[in-house]
Design a protein around this ligand. Sequence first.
Ligand code: ADP
Ligand code: MG
Ligand code: MG
Length: 944
Amino acid sequence: MKSLTLPEIGTPGTQKIPYLKTDKKNANKYVYYFGGGKADGNESMKNLLGGKGANLAEMAGHPDLRLPVPPGFTITTEVCTYYYANEKKYPAILKEQVQNALTVVEKQISKKFNDEANPLLLSVRSGARRSMPGMMETVLDIGLNEKTIKGIIKHSGDERFAYDAYRRLIMMYADVVMEKAEGKEPRGGKGIRKVLDEKLEKLKQKRGYKFDTDLTVSELKALVKDFKATVLKVLGKPFPDDPYEQLWGSIGAVFSSWRGKRAVEYRLIEKIPDEWGTAVTVQAMVFGNMGETSATGVAFTRNPGTGENKFYGEYLLNAQGEDVVAGIRTPAPINDYSRNEQSKHLPTLESTMPGLYNQLFEIQKKLENHYKDMQDIEFTIEKGKLYMLQCRVGKRNGIAAVRMASDMYKEKLIDAKKAIMRIAPNQLVELLLPMLDPEIQKVTKPIAKGLPAGPGGAKGRVVFSSDDAVRWASKGEKVILVREETSPEDVDGMHKSQAILTTKGGMTSHAALVARGWGKCCIVGCADIEIHSNTKSFKANDGTFIKEGDWLSLDGTKGLVYKGSMGLVDIDLDKNESYKIIMDLVDKTKLLGVRTNAETPGDAAQGLKFGAEGIGLFRTEHMFYGQGSDQPLFLLRKMIVSKTEAERKLVLNELFRYVKKDVKDTLNIMKGHPVTIRLLDPPLHEFVPHNAAKLRQLSQELGISMNLLKRRVLALHENNPMLGHRGVRLGISYPEVTEMQVRAIFEAAAELLKSGQKAFPEIMVPVTCTESELIHQKKIVDRVYNEVCKELNIQEIPYLYGTMIEIPRAALRAEKMATVADFFSFGTNDLTQMSFGFSRDDIGGFLPIYLDQKLLDDDPFQTIDQEGVGELIKFGTERGRKTKPHLKVGICGEHGGDAESVKFCHRVGMSYVSCSPFRVPIARLAAAQAALEYPIINSSFNNN
Ligand code: ADP
Ligand code: MG
Ligand code: MG
């Protein structure tokens, strides 16, 4: 293990992607041409040309493809960078390069820009390295004015088409260039596009037309005139007549849209760096709006909703590109397979234009074979001729992602490595949870939106308290618990609910953490609703009124709340062959072990089903919450307020059988897979009784006065319970507490072994900071071990003794800690808390500000702080293994199920990660990806 060759550890999320440096030859080359079977660029140049530009170049110029792409050129992202660094000016030679490229385009297509006889029209399109759908701008039909339109009419012989294009240009240009790029605040919140659009709608209404295409030539002409006058009136500037002014205005507007509000917000969410910039692609227009032999459409090489290997798409006759997405008319299906409820009666492209459909079909096949992934394509048919306008790797949901990866692997289109890398670990969540029926969801409007804290779908009847949840559930009702926020006392009701909805709290709030752990649907921070607890009802901002007992449906993946009871679709993993194929590849690839955190035998079984190889964290504390907790909780309280060893021992004797049963059941379910049992670390302050009746009962059972009891309770008060009398400190002041647990563990294991079962407990001591604590507790363990072996007449009980590393000092002293411990498990929740000095219960006050002002990139409680806490983990692991080369090292805590954190654990050379049952498949996939991304040579992972 000493000779681990570990790659440097950086922060993958924030790591700078090496900027594509232009080589000498191409220094100062800002414009890349494509078209006519040639291209300056190719698919690998996304950083420079943006995704759209790079793929257009690939489609146009790659010898295997050479598809019919309208000619054009791409202005690089470097110009965008320059533009922002130089007060929105361009490099001096850009004009000349653009002019030269434009001349080539003109030759290629035999039309001329700004020419009255046979004018070329252009589109100006945006494109970043990574697709940011709908976030930036596009302007079509550039180059039209009162003179060139004559040429267009003459050449096309279609006056209607020419004016249709003209009114589109004015609308887009006024919106994108004259209003948005200029940063003009729309009057009364109504943008120019809306103003013009309303004029169009009014006209259609007046004439009784249903579609844009019904407008006549003279109506369109009048509309264009009206549009121009309106632009002048509303924006105070005329729509520019000069085609070159239109062109440069549009180019500038696309660059400006990179810093538009929408784009900036999108980048923040998607973590796309601001420095990347966008490229601008200028391309010859082709027209799908030239009558009934023209059309435009979008398609996917496979079904992005299911992953099925079927060509899938929509098109519109006599329309321009943006009409399909804008939903102006219902698009028709390209083939029978693509029909849906709304489009089932419409004619398919396959039936109306069979020849062109076949051509498109062949092209999409070629594209998928070329890119070896599902492609999302845009096409336009101009008077019976097909053009390709865009291709990119298509977005897909989790279910489709798994299906496609597995199918493509079977088809031998991709290898195992690619199949594993194709799926984002978090996408697997969608396969594990039931979800709202997507078809119904599509046509239903949510009443409120909150933070998506626990994914999946759920429906139930609304209740407003944990007690009600328990009561209703016991009558067999499905309920959704709606609260302002939740606390540990609500856990039982939360457990009994189908889902949890809170109006306050963030992604790390109590409700969010608990729900995520259980894989329960949960929405938090839903400020769109206001709870009136006195009338047991709530009101949503949209006016919807919901009272106790009403049905509600939640989409926890997106944070959407729906009124009523919506259908749920359940997903049976065992029936998902694609999932099985992928996870089989995953398990063959990963080096890191994956365990589950389990509080109950039920959790343990669930974890096993999801592929857990053991339990990394089993806490007995759960027995003090929820169903059946009355007696153990009472005993715990009794123990807490006991004063003498004798008092305490009496209680412990009673508590013993609960602990033993719990441990035994769990060891039994795990059938010899290791089970790490953490010794008690109860937050004492949470368990101190406050209720008078409970206090009285306690005083009676202990035989002490209420006064004395109250004084004892008062004495338990701590100023900083998180740093107080907890963890191993309890076991040191009250060795009998440790003894009771250890005895329970050994007896449980011994009994299983004697009855022919397997059992492998790992005893974990929490909150340690020095090896002397471990030595102190080990003496108890050794003594009890011998006693149990003797009493039960058994030779040997296999077990390990180790510690949780959750105090920075313990990590720094790892070399010494490992002299006593057989294993370490990094408790990253506390380790983060104590490294940052951020109280986990109090971060709500300041962490949002830190994230907002980018003082921190991520919430360190969600993603391991690799630079700080990660250094402690790395150091602790290395030092520990200096003492014991085969020291087992794992992690428990929320981080174990976070994909980035799992990859980090792999790179540190850990033996395993442990996470809640529903995160197990995600952690497995992340571990396999880590093994592929960061091969570790010569390691001796011991991961069971
Ligand atoms: P987005 O990135 O939002 O998809 P696009 O640049 O792809 O924006 O353009 C928006 C629409 O305009 C698309 O439907 C596209 O097909 C269409 N379009 C773009 N360029 C042209 C062109 N040269 N000829 C015809 N239609 C075009
Ligand atoms: Mg597009
Ligand atoms: Mg802890």
